[in-house]
Design a protein around this ligand. Structure first.
Ligand code: FPP
Length: 246
């Protein structure tokens, strides 16, 4: 049986967010260096992005590098940055062919100039694509994002651009890195860890969670489909009773 046929195309998560975890352990299992795991992780990034676009998912957000990841050994950080540049160069074609718009969330100013330059170039070249928005979370931390939003809103209150009484969810949303992107419907985390790790804390308020033991380099289309089927079998009540949403 083809697993993909089990998916209800009318009930897809509009926004899927993935915490890609387990590259290091995957490499270790094969007696290889962590870099080998990250390299193979980029292959899963490609297959997942293509599969999401093919299925019709509108927003995909990938946690590629957290604010906390700067604390990793210098060499590993350098390898991740190099991989990012080479992936951006290599995958521009894939993004164009699949009509995917690239977006980035996080403190982009803290990225090395070469990464930021490549990133902004690909964002610019794909800005008119419309099938799917792929957001890369880079030097991203949700608390950092919220602090940044509070500062920007405060500045506007101080300058009489916003009055305190009008501050609501929509104003907060407009000041997050995710601005015009809808709330997350489904979060997937690989590698058997059951944590959120400072990822999209505001945006996941009503998200469903899917945890899998599979390590990120082994995460392929079939795993993605399993996660979506699991999501579709859940009842999302948003605080209401089961009867109210029927
Ligand atoms: C987690 O594995 C993964 C990361 C910190 C980075 C994810 C990066 C990639 C998949 C490659 C580059 C990204 C793009 C978008 C091209 P881990 O190192 O935490 O694994 P471990 O928990 O087993 O040590």
């Amino acid at each position: 049986m083809n697993l993909e046929n089990e998916i209800n195309k009318d009930k897809l998560p509009k926004h899927l967010a993935i915490i890609m975890d387990g590259n290091g352990r995957w490499a270790k299992q094969q007696g290889k260096l962590r870099a080998f795991g990250h390299e193979n992780g980029t292959k899963s990034v490609r297959t997942t992005v293509e599969a999401c676009a093919k299925l019709g998912i509108e927003y995909l957000t990938l946690y590629a590098f957290s604010t906390e990841n700067w604390n990793r050994p210098k060499l590993e950080v350098e390898i991740l940055m190099k991989l990012l540049i080479s992936s951006l160069k290599k995958e521009l074609k894939t993004l164009q062919e699949n009509n995917i718009k690239l977006h980035a969330i996080g403190n982009l100013n803290s990225l090395p100039t070469s990464v930021k330059k490549e990133l902004l170039e690909v964002i610019d070249k794909t800005k008119n694509n419309s099938k799917m928005t792929l957001s890369l979370a880079l030097s991203y931390g949700s608390r950092d994002e919220i602090i940044n939003a509070v500062k920007n809103i405060s500045e506007k209150v101080k300058n009489n651009i916003i009055s305190i009484d009008t501050i609501d969810e929509s104003i907060i949303n407009q000041h997050l890195y995710t601005q015009n992107i809808p709330d997350v419907d489904l979060v997937i985390r690989t590698s058997g860890e059951h944590r959120i790790s400072n990822f999209l804390l505001w945006q996941i308020a009503y998200a469903e969670f899917y945890f899998t033991e599979v390590l990120w380099p082994d995460f392929k289309e079939e795993e993605l489909i399993k996660a979506i089927i699991s999501y579709q079998n859940r009842e999302r009540r948003f605080g209401k009773t089961s009867e109210q949403i029927k």
